[in-house]
Each structure stands twice: as C-alpha cells, then as structure tokens.
Design a protein around this ligand. Structure first.
Ligand SMILES: Cc1cc2nc3c(=O)[nH]c(=O)nc-3n(C[C@H](O)[C@H](O)[C@H](O)COP(=O)(O)OP(=O)(O)OC[C@H]3O[C@@H](n4cnc5c(N)ncnc54)[C@H](O)[C@@H]3O)c2cc1C
Length: 498
C-alpha cells in the first residue's frame, strides 16, 4: 500500500512531495503529462513564500545567489505603484523566476529526496474505502493509498470525483492578452527601462498602468524575452480564434491610443488570450482520505501573482501534518488544522485579487475610487497594510493570544550556538520541529519528544523571545510562557511523547 498518492506534478504537488519526504514519508506522484513543460504561467514568486524557499535551501538554487533574500523596494497593487521604501519593516519579497524553472528545481529536489514521480500517468477515477483510497489510471492500472492529495490544478478531477463543490464566481467581462515581444530601441526609455509611447508618455516597467480604455503591463525581464500584457472590457465576447501578435498590437493601440511597432522574438514565443476571471474556493479541503492543495483548492485572478505564495505554503502546512498522521504520532485533529489554518489565507487572497480587479476596472466611478486610494497609499500605515496583505506577512494561525509570536511565521533570527552564528533558514532545511533555547533551561522540557523535536541551544539574535518552538512549516508554535505551556504546545502540535 502506498502511504500518500499525489495527483499532479505542478509546483504544489512537487512541493508537497518534498515536504512529505523530508518528514520521512515517501509519496508517489502521478502526473498525466509525459514530459515537463506546457504553457508558461507564473513569472515569479511574490511574498513570504520566498522566505519559505530560503528555509528549504531552494532560494539559492533558484536565484543563483548565495545571499539571503532581501525585501523588494517597490511593487504594484491594483495598478498603483507601491513605494515600499517608506516601510520600517518591509515584508515584501519577490523572486523573478519562471514557473518552469521552479518546477524543474522542485522536481530535482524531489528526486534527491527519493520521491517516486511517475509521468504519463493520468488519474481517471477514485473510490474511498474506510481504510484506503483506490485510484484508477487511464491505462487501466489500479493503485491503493492511505491518503490521496489532489494537486491537479483548478479543473481538479480529484475534487470533482471526491464530491467536493467549488463555489465562487466567474466574471466573463475582461479579456487579457499577453505576448513575448521585441521593441525597437528608440521606443525604450534608457533611464527607467519603460516603454516610450509617443503621444502617451512612458509606460513604466513591471507595473500595471491603467488608462481610460484598459490596462497595460510592460515586463522587460533580463535574459529572456520581454512581455506585454493588456486587459480590456469589451462589450462583445472575444472570438475563439488563436491569438496573434497583430491582435495584441491592436489592443495596445486601443489602451494607449498609440500604435507601437511590437515584433516577435526569435524562437518560441508566448501568445495568450484569457477571457474572464474565475474566483472559487473548494467547499472542503478534505473529504475523508482525500485532500486538496494549491489550485485544486482555490483559484483567483493572477493579478499581483499571489498563487504560488498561497499554494506552496499550503503544501508546507499540509506536509508535516499528513506525514505525522501516516507515521502515527499526529495528535487528534492535527490534519484538520490544515483547512482551519489555510482557508482564511485563501479567503484573504480572494479578497485582495477581487479588490484589485475592481480597482483596475473601467469607468468614471473607478477613476474616483482610484484617486482616493492613491491618497491613502501615501500613508505608510496604508502601504504597510497592503504590503502585509499581498505578502501574507499578516497571516496568524489560531494561537494563544498571550503569546506574541505563536501562530506567526518565525522571525529571521540568528542562533549563536556550537556551530557559530547560524541563520534560522539554515536550521530549518530538514523540516524537523525545532526548539530554539537561548537559556538552556527549556531543553529538558522537550527531552521526551527528542525523536520528533530537535533542540538548538545558544543566544538568539533578532527576537526578544528567549526560546521558540518552531513548526516544520516555520511557523511559531510557542514563544512565551512556562514549562506547562511549552509542554502543552509540544503535545498539541507533535502529539504525546512515545
Ligand atoms: C497566466 C497565469 C499567470 C500566473 N502568474 C503567476 C505569478 O506570476 N505568480 C504566481 O505565484 N502565480 C501565478 N499564477 C498561478 C500559478 O501558475 C498557479 O497557482 C500554479 O500553477 C498552481 O500550481 P498547482 O501545482 O496547484 O497546479 P498546476 O500548476 O495546474 O498543476 C497541476 C498538475 O496536475 C496535472 N494533472 C491534472 N489532472 C491530472 C490527472 N487527472 N492525473 C494526473 N495529473 C493530472 C497537470 O498536468 C499539472 O501538471 C499564474 C497563473 C496563470 C494562469
């Protein structure tokens, strides 16, 4: 019997596979595509997920940079430029890698960890038994697993066959077009890197720009073809013929009022037209032995790029809890905290993307709303609130209100222990629960859990706490109290000592 079957080797299925393997459970991943690839999607990772990747040793592989990630000085929200330099504590990180590179890196890591990834295997049916899940593949094979996780994207077959509803809204009014392009040098602003549109002005890079007729974004990525995207709200439905560069060029001309000489880059390029927006959250993240993760659990507009921040942190939240359940030491109810903790995060992403969709929309009323919003964004507390929302830095899982750090992502602290000064991000690569103990007095309390919880002793720099219990997903389980509250937190998260 397989312990955990993961359906889908997209980024979230692969991340979950790595998390399970780190926790000592070796999943089988079934992916219907015979080879990696497919249509380009994400251009980058946005928010606290960048810190999570650092905490798994994946940030350096993706960025090619030995330095830890640092916050981004600027970003965009609802086609407003966000000046994040005004924040004393900027939580907004960005890692500009294409989704294909992320998936290749996660697949390589999964292989190192011994994950059994089977490409060219399509799941067509499943049946739940009291003790297991049976899965039928398109080639007639049947597999049986203790648990099955649907990481099979927004159109999840697993979700449908498990009988989980997917309520929400589909807005069919917008048409977004994206293409890889070349632009003559005379149409580029050497100072800002923006697009020079004669008669309109400069379209700044890596921002959304709203005009009375639509939205445009210009993304001159270093080392790869630049992208131009537009969004419009036409009266008539758009046609279903394949997108062309001429169609994008006409759309740019409508949005900016200027015809720009956009050309096609050498080699394979991207031409994409998306009609409408889908915003939905699964009615349940779990049906008995079937769970959902990533886009299978929630879909929303891609504006601001929150998808992977949400999905990869879902996977990190689920991984250790599912592994603990399979290995038999999970306390009662632990697996259900996956949904109680992560659903509110998805709801905030939905709120953020719907608010942004409204702010970029057409019409004089929206123009008025934007003028007010622009005034509000000059206040650091408003920009700070928006940055916390977009990055997910405001996430706090249910926890003891008297404990200021519990339920929050662990701070980027440094432990001065036997190995010298070590960043927390280096200690969390094993994904084992950690007790950081600056006084040497707490380690004895955690001793009965030593098979599950590692203890690191030494002064802590970067936090006022004298000790922290850090979960495998790098959220704080306990940071203040006495031996009894620490023991309670250990039991609540990691079960009774053996
Ligand atoms: C145009 C666009 C731009 C985006 N830009 C960004 C961005 O900049 N930043 C960001 O964070 N997010 C972005 N996103 C969102 C991001 O791409 C998704 O959130 C992400 O791909 C979800 O990953 P996943 O693993 O949950 O699902 P998917 O990536 O959809 O992977 C699902 C996998 O399951 C496989 N599968 C499906 N059914 C079966 C089956 N029956 N049997 C076996 N295998 C199956 C599929 O082949 C696929 O490989 C964007 C999305 C779009 C559409």
């Amino acid at each position: 019997m397989i312990d955990v079957l993961i359906v889908g080797a997209g980024p979230n299925g692969l991340m979950l596979a790595c998390e399970l393997a780190l926790a000592g459970v070796h999943p089988v991943v079934l992916e219907r595509q015979p080879t990696p690839g497919g249509e380009p999607r994400a251009n980058g990772l946005v928010g606290q997920v960048v810190r999570l990747l650092d905490r798994r040793g994946l940030y350096a592989r993706l960025s090619g940079d030995g330095a830890p990630p640092s916050p981004q000085p600027a970003f965009t929200f609802g086609a407003f430029p966000l000046d994040l330099t005004m924040l004393a504590d900027n939580p907004h990180y960005v890692l500009g890698v294409p989704q294909a590179q992320l998936e290749a890196t996660l697949a390589a890591r999964a292989a190192e960890l011994g994950v059994d990834l089977r490409r060219g295997h399509e799941v067509v049916h499943l049946r739940q038994r009291p003790d297991a899940v049976e899965v039928d593949l398109a080639d007639g094979t049947r597999l049986t697993a203790l648990f099955l996780v649907g990481a099979d994207g927004g159109r999840s077959v697993v979700r449908r066959i498990a009988g989980i509803e997917f309520p929400g809204v589909t807005n069919d009014r917008s048409v977004s077009r994206t293409a890889t392009v070349t632009v003559p040098a005379s149409f580029l602003d050497p100072e800002t890197g923006g697009l020079l549109a004669p008669g309109y002005g400069i379209v700044p890079p890596f921002q959304h720009t709203r005009t009375p007729r639509g939205l445009i974004a210009w993304a001159p990525f270093p080392g790869r073809p630049a992208l131009v995207s537009t969004t419009e709200w036409p009266d008539a439905a758009s046609d279903e013929t394949p997108m062309t560069l001429a169609e994008l060029r006409a759309s740019v001309a409508r949005v900016l009022g200027v015809d720009l000489p956009l050309g096609a880059p050498d080699g394979p390029g991207l031409l994409r037209r998306l009609t409408g927006r889908n915003t939905r959250i699964a009615a349940r993240y779990r049906a008995a032995r079937v769970l959902l993760v990533g886009d299978a659990a929630h879909v929303h507009p891609a504006i601001g790029g929150p998808g992977l921040n949400l999905g990869l942190q879902d996977a990190a939240n689920l991984g250790w809890k599912l592994a603990a359940t399979v290995r038999g030491w999970a306390p009662p109810g632990l697996l259900d905290t996956y949904e109680t903790e992560r659903r509110p995060v998805a709801e905030r992403v939905v709120m953020s993307t719907q608010a942004q969709s409204a702010l970029i929309g057409p019409g004089e009323e929206i123009t008025g709303l934007r003028a007010l919003f622009a005034e509000l964004l000059r206040k650091p507390e408003v920009t700070g609130h928006v940055a916390a929302l977009m990055s997910g830095a405001d996430v706090r899982y249910p926890a003891d209100p008297a404990d200021p750090l519990a339920g929050r992502s662990a701070p980027d602290l440094i432990v001065h222990g036997d190995r010298g000064a070590v960043r927390l991000a280096e200690l969390t690569r094993t994904a084992r629960p950690l007790l950081l103990d600056s006084t040497g007095t707490w380690a004895a309390v955690a001793a009965p859990w030593r098979d599950r919880v590692d203890v690191v002793t030494g002064p802590l720099e970067g936090t006022p706490a004298t000790a922290l219990l850090v979960r495998p997903d790098c959220f704080v389980a306990w940071s203040a109290g006495d031996a009894d509250t620490l023991r309670a937190a250990l039991t609540r998260h990691f079960g009774r000592p053996l």
